[in-house]
Design a protein around this ligand. Sequence first.
Ligand SMILES: O=C(O)CCC(=O)C(=O)O
Ligand SMILES: [Fe+2]
Length: 267
Amino acid sequence: MSSAGLHDPFFRVVTAPAFSRHHIADLAAGRCAVLRVPELLSEATCAQLVDCLLTADFDSYGRERVHPAVMRFGVGVSDHRTEGGIADTYWPALDAARRAWRSLPLPFDPLEAARRALTSDWPGRSGIARHRGRELGPGVAREAPQGFLVHFDDAVREFPASRRDDPPVAQLAFNLYLAMPESGGETVVWRHRWHPADEAFRPVNSYGFTEECVQGAEELEIKPAVGEALLFDSRNYHAVRPGGSGRRITLGFSVGLTAHGELLAWG
Ligand SMILES: O=C(O)CCC(=O)C(=O)O
Ligand SMILES: [Fe+2]
């Protein structure tokens, strides 16, 4: 509820048994704010994936930009940004990340499985986004013990100079929760999108903003269960609360809906 006590009936959480085309369209159109799909994977499968992932060498996002630290396995394009475009360093980093993922003794490719679950009912083409003909990364595994600051994700703003082959007309964030702490680790989404005045609330070089930035905006707080998947419009400001005891390990990627009706993922 906003500070004025008024409520936008479209700013709501919807729980569904699967990612239907209608639910995804509702999110893109702003008829709902967050889509929850419980039990996308079983708890046993999540535990098995966590065991494998914990043998991997997690890297951290750029320490200056992302603080408190977020550990990551796989490459994120936001760490390879230069003058509003994708830096040349991204491509060798992506090759190394692909090799590292392949070297894990995973029972199946969980990012591919997640993408399939997300797009199985989608009527248009789906797959991984491309930049000048080259496929971007499929997503990352992340561990954020101290959570994420209030921020938004919007490739249109972050990469204004990027010559994406298929620029998104709507951007969503997909996350699958493999391990969750007993307390904390909630995802919060605010009914607020970037405004130029918000830059006053961004510490220098940080990806995130202070909480004042979203003060008074309606918010939704979700504590996903292990095996659950969340999809939300990442242009709305969002944050992850610090976790108490227990690890918080997720698989995540961005999803763009293109003008051709394609649903494309990237990491
Ligand atoms: O881990 C989460 O729940 C959300 C992380 C996030 O900021 C995102 O997926 O864009
Ligand atoms: Fe985000």
